[in-house]
Design a protein around this ligand. Structure first.
Ligand SMILES: Nc1ncnc2c1ncn2[C@@H]1O[C@H](COP(=O)(O)OP(=O)(O)O)[C@@H](O)[C@H]1O
Ligand SMILES: [Mg+2]
Length: 332
């Protein structure tokens, strides 16, 4: 890519300070005089850079440090060490010029006011972000169209479904057409239809406005469909940064062979072909090394009465899980 990176993260770390208090009244009194803290190293050593217009999936297990990193990028948390630069700003300074160009959407937190219609919250954000009226109208129309929200703009937010609310959260977060979007679990808990709609919307927004998107999600379908590049973080450290294809090539060492046989086979007969994952009557599932899979399939077809055979690639979530667990084993 020719352009300069828009997000620069270098050796970033964050220790959350937790106030430690002994139990009971005595403990509370002691804590008044003498505060003790425990520190939790949430992010240890994170470096990456992102170019304008990229769609990056930021993934890892619970507690890996994703939200903490996104909070530092959006300026909600001050780093303990290292540096972050986004659009030439230091996010923690929370300069207006910076905040006007970014947005942070958290699936579990809402910014819309509960008791008023969504349109009133949009108007409020127009004023806060000083969006010129004409531009506001254009963007609003476009977002409402993309998310199919025309009929519910004037409904009190508390009466909307979770999916409708989340779509409205997106409009509220994007009405100032930010250049950089931080999305933290934006599809959490939504039904599959709304999830799909939001995925398409994120891609469309990226295309339409050239926005840079960094997204965390537990749903690998989100990541597969939206992102080309993924950054995997574990225990506060980045251990993979690259294209999804590259991850699959590097780590998907096995495929799965699913067979339906016309006869029952024994473990003994099948063991030499691969790891037996399932053997239930005529159904056999074998795990086989990727480069040998087609050869093994051919041998099985020659040696057994096979009714049906399919070969499946490992799912992204399985690869990610496997890579993370392997790392835990290697590290300990
Ligand atoms: N405000 C906080 N105070 C103390 N510890 C925190 C706080 N926020 C997160 N943590 C801890 O920091 C680690 C990373 O959390 P987080 O960034 O939320 O991970 P993720 O988003 O990947 O699930 C976890 O061990 C979590 O318990
Ligand atoms: Mg999180």
């Amino acid at each position: 890519m020719k352009s300069e990176p828009i997000i620069l993260v270098n050796k970033l770390s964050k220790e959350h300070k937790m106030h430690r208090k002994e139990e009971g009244v005595k403990g509370s009194l002691k804590a008044l005089v003498h505060r003790e803290y425990t520190t939790i190293p949430a992010v240890k050593d994170v470096s990456f850079s992102i170019h304008p217009g990229e769609l990056v999936g930021f993934i890892g297990s619970n507690g890996a440090g994703k939200t903490t990193t996104l909070k530092m990028l959006s300026g909600l948390l001050e780093p303990s060490g290292g540096s972050v630069e986004v659009l030439g700003y230091r996010p923690a300074e929370r300069k207006v010029g910076y905040l006007k160009q970014i947005s942070f959407v958290m699936g579990q937190k809402n910014q819309l006011l509960w008791d008023i219609p969504a349109i009133d919250s949009f108007n409020l954000n127009r004023d806060i972000y000083e969006v010129p009226e004409k531009h506001y109208r254009e963007v609003l129309d476009e977002l409402v169209e993309l998310l199919d929200l025309k009929d519910i703009l004037h409904t009190q937010v508390r009466r909307l479904s979770l999916g409708q609310r989340m779509k409205c959260e997106f409009v509220a977060a994007l009405i100032h057409t930010p250049k950089v979007l931080f999305l933290d679990e934006p599809t959490l808990g939504l039904d599959v239809v709304v999830q799909q709609r939001i995925r398409e919307f994120i891609k469309a927004y990226n295309k339409r406005y050239g926005a840079t998107v960094m997204l965390t999600s537990h749903y690998m379908d989100d990541v597969k469909e939206i992102c080309e590049r993924i950054i995997i973080i574990d225990h506060g450290k980045v251990f993979f940064d690259g294209k999804i294809d590259q991850l699959i090539q590097q780590y998907a060492t096995h495929k799965t062979l699913n067979l339906t046989l016309a006869e029952t086979a024994t473990r003994q007969n099948l063991a030499k072909y691969g790891d037996i994952i399932e053997l239930a009557g005529p159904t056999v599932i074998l795990k086989t090394p990727t480069p040998k899979t087609s050869m093994i399939a051919a041998e099985l077809l020659a040696n057994f009465k096979v009714i049906d055979v399919t070969i499946s690639e490992p799912r992204l979530e399985d690869i990610v899980r496997e890579v993370i667990t392997q790392r835990v084993i290697l590290d300990s």
